[in-house]
Design a protein around this ligand. Structure first.
Ligand code: NAD
Length: 365
């Protein structure tokens, strides 16, 4: 039986997760057989279990096929120590399960093309993926210090480090992804000024030659890539880059689609020997949105679409994933919008948006 651990988290996390559980129930009524376990993460886990993610929760995560994660954080937790902060729960999960590949799709639903800051013709029908290396690079490299130089000056040091295997596995993940799409990978780095960029390109080339020449590979300097993303984003299919550039480029891509409440993501690790599936955590890009928490108005689409990515990448249920995506597009095309994407339309609640998506799914499946 396919199994999932649901970690709703804080703020609007539980609200959008409840909406997603209704979608999972829908598939279960049609025989999908998802077995669900529930756990705490973030501030709610600190409050009840004394840590932003407990050992028990990690153990349950080991036993399931995939994790669905809501959002964590809130002003009441801002003064906690670094290790106890809600975000530490997410970092711990990523590290524990070695989730090295972060997939962020940027899809622009036709009904929302006007919500983008770019012109409709530039973004309408956009469907690209940013694949970001998530566990290496400058965010983790040592030394990472601020030194006092003793002359009234300080020196800050961050270290960008990449080993061959880290680049090789993310490059291969990019080729694998592109094979299910439009067979084009663009690798972005800064080989003109960074040694890690030189190695990055070399290893990506080697991984391409080794069994992946059915995929078209292009290279672009990351700064030029950022410019191309806003000039003509539809030229891309899968963009692969390191942790730092991926962080920036995926936020640019996010803005192309209009709203934070629309963006799902997946973080994948190595293939698990027991299940034959890649370790995986699926989560919306947005945070816990304390400003609207408890009001029942959060947009559930990013969380529901994150489950859609689980259908596709963890469970091979490609038709169901497409049907779910189609149901979201159809509900939006009918004019149903939560407040964040309303743009003049009378907004609907989280529940009403979910009802509309479920109604479209009923018709499609
Ligand atoms: P945020 O994403 O929570 O909210 C930014 C803005 O977007 C807010 O105005 C919010 O109302 C709106 N928004 C976000 N998601 C929405 C949705 N689904 N529907 C409607 N509107 C939505 O980012 P923030 O305000 O910078 O951070 C709030 C808290 O979330 C902080 O504690 C932060 O650390 C945390 N955070 C967590 C994650 C995560 O869990 N992965 C990611 C980012 C921020």
């Amino acid at each position: 039986m396919p199994s999932l651990l649901l970690l709703p988290g804080d703020g609007i996390g539980p609200e959008v997760m409840a909406a997603t559980e209704r979608v999972i129930d829908f598939f279960n009524r049609r025989g999908a057989g998802f077995e669900l376990q529930h756990g705490l993460v973030g501030g709610s886990a600190v409050d009840k279990e004394g840590a932003p993610v407990s050992e028990e929760t990690l153990a349950i995560g080991e036993a399931v096929d995939a994790i669905l994660f809501g959002a964590v954080g809130g002003p009441q937790y801002d003064e906690l120590s670094y290790e106890m902060r809600p975000e530490a729960g997410l970092l711990r999960l990523r590290k524990h399960f070695e989730l090295f590949a972060n997939i962020r799709p940027a899809i622009c639903y036709p009904a929302l093309a006007d919500a983008s800051s770019l012109k409709r013709e530039v973004v309408e029908g956009l469907d690209i993926i940013i694949l970001r290396e998530l566990t290496g690079g400058v965010y983790f490299g040592e030394p990472k210090t601020i030194e006092d130089l003793g002359n009234g000056q300080k020196r800050a040091i961050d270290t960008q480090i990449y080993d061959t295997y880290e680049i090789d596995r993310i490059a291969r993940a990019a080729f694998e992804l592109a094979r299910t799409r439009r067979q084009h990978v663009t690798s972005m780095e800064k080989r003109n000024v960074m040694k890690s960029g030189v190695l990055w390109r070399e290893v990506v080339e080697d991984a391409h030659k080794d069994g992946n020449t059915d995929i078209t590979l292009s290279h672009m300097l990351a700064d030029a890539g950022a410019m191309q993303l806003v000039r003509d984003p539809k030229q891309f299919d899968v963009i692969v880059c390191d942790n730092l550039f991926g962080d920036m480029l995926s936020d640019i891509a996010a803005q192309l689609t209009g709203s934070l409440g629309m963006l799902p993501s997946a973080s994948l690790g190595a293939v698990d020997e027991r299940s034959g599936r890649r370790r995986a955590l699926y989560e919306p890009v947005h945070g816990s949105a304390p400003d609207i928490a408890g009001k029942g108005i959060a947009n559930p689409i990013a969380m529901i679409a994150s489950f859609g990515m689980a259908l596709q990448y963890s469970f091979g249920m490609v038709n169901e994933a497409k049907a779910l995506d189609g149901a979201i597009a159809a509900a939006l095309a009918d004019g149903l919008r939560t407040a964040d994407i309303a743009h003049g339309v009378t907004p609907v609640s989280t529940n009403e948006m979910t009802d509309a998506i479920l109604g479209k799914l009923e018709k499609a499946l």
